[in-house]
Design a protein around this ligand. Structure first.
Ligand SMILES: NC(=O)c1ccc[n+]([C@@H]2O[C@H](COP(=O)([O-])OP(=O)(O)OC[C@H]3O[C@@H](n4cnc5c(N)ncnc54)[C@H](O)[C@@H]3O)[C@@H](O)[C@H]2O)c1
Length: 310
């Protein structure tokens, strides 16, 4: 089945369909506001039911259905599939995915209790959940002829924050994932990029606490650091949504504005004459190979949708 996209050119957002995880408040909600302002339709997936009210308000203001909400836990494939299928059922397909849902709870330090749940939950939402959302997003976008994914990582995806070790590791993981999407534009016309805000003025860190309740000196420091205006984060998101050439890129959002962070090139010691020749052959094979795998993945997904509709 092929769903026709009006266009994958995202210089205009009128009529485009965007799935936004974590769109019920904070940064995700600000991105939804801007998408709606530019004429897009939004499908909000979040763990908190507050997103229902947000969607209702957009519809009320527009005088027609421009938004829907589904309670979603991004750590579960079934929830992600239901969210993207809702976008297809309500608005005909998916052009944009803003993968923004994350938690900072259990972001504790090196000396927290040796409890499996502590690190597992934060990884399952912030890193594994984002990968699950994007794998589902890519299938829906591939069917439509292309799309653009922007992931919310963090300045913590590059910096050291000893008070938030597990959180920091999840945000580094997001950067690694985004960089690994190298061939996607050639395979299915989908682009994946990341925005990395520094501290923003949201309630994100309100629930972070040390397990034993002892005060964490880091938070006294955080209170002194200037926050990044929401408008700068929105600039970063729309920079990548609109730039048809950007893929696997990361942009920092600082209080002073956005700054692109370039990944290092492969080190010269890894690139011998032999490995360069082999790399050429690999690059020629990689795209047809990935196209074949995508086609099998789409068949599997469509069969599953027919046999076990969500
Ligand atoms: N606030 C900051 O200082 C800051 C800085 C850098 C990066 N970020 C990143 O920005 C993104 C948004 O954060 P925010 O500041 O708007 O926080 P927020 O707490 O206001 O919003 C988080 C959103 O994620 C949703 N969410 C949480 N767990 C979920 C799950 N399992 N499944 C689905 N949805 C889930 C929540 O319902 C909410 O809508 C996050 O990825 C965060 O890591 C925030």
């Amino acid at each position: 089945m092929t769903l026709q996209s009006p266009s994958t050119d995202l210089t205009s957002f009128e009529g485009k369909v965007a799935v936004v995880t974590g769109g019920s408040r904070g940064i995700g909600k600000a991105v939804c506001d801007e998408l709606i302002r530019r004429g897009a339709k939004v499908v909000i997936g979040a763990i908190s039911d507050k997103g229902r009210e947000v969607a209702k308000q957009y519809n009320k203001e527009a005088g027609k259905k421009v938004a829907v909400f589904l309670r979603t836990d991004v750590s579960r494939y079934d929830d992600n599939k239901a969210l993207f299928q809702l976008a297809e059922n309500e608005f005909g397909g998916v052009d944009i995915a803003i993968l923004n849902a994350a938690t900072c709870d259990n972001a504790d330090n090196l000396f927290s209790p040796l409890d499996d749940k502590l690190e597992e939950r934060i990884f399952n939402v912030n890193a594994v959940g984002l990968i699950k959302s994007s794998k589902v997003a890519i299938l829906h976008m591939a069917k439509r002829g292309g799309g653009s994914i922007v992931c919310t990582s963090s300045a913590a995806g590059f910096y050291s924050v000893p008070a938030l070790i597990a959180y920091v590791a999840t945000k580094h993981a997001v950067i690694g994932y985004v960089k690994s999407c190298t061939f996607l534009p050639e395979v299915c016309n989908v682009r994946v990029n990341a925005v990395c805000p520094s501290f923003a003025d949201t309630t994100f860190m309100d629930n972070v606490k040390t397990i034993d309740g002892a005060p964490e000196p880091f938070y006294d420091f955080v209170d002194t650091v200037p926050t990044v205006p929401m408008s700068v984060i929105i600039d970063g998101v729309f920079k990548y949504l609109c730039d048809n050439t950007a893929n696997g890129k990361t942009v920092m959002a600082y209080p002073t504005g956005i700054e692109v962070i370039e990944a290092p090139e492969w080190h010269y010691s890894l690139l011998t004459d032999d490995s360069l020749k082999a790399q050429d052959i690999y690059l020629k094979k990689a795209i047809p190979h990935s196209k074949q795998q995508l086609s099998r993945a789409l068949e599997r997904y469509e069969k599953e949708q027919k046999e076990r509709p969500i």
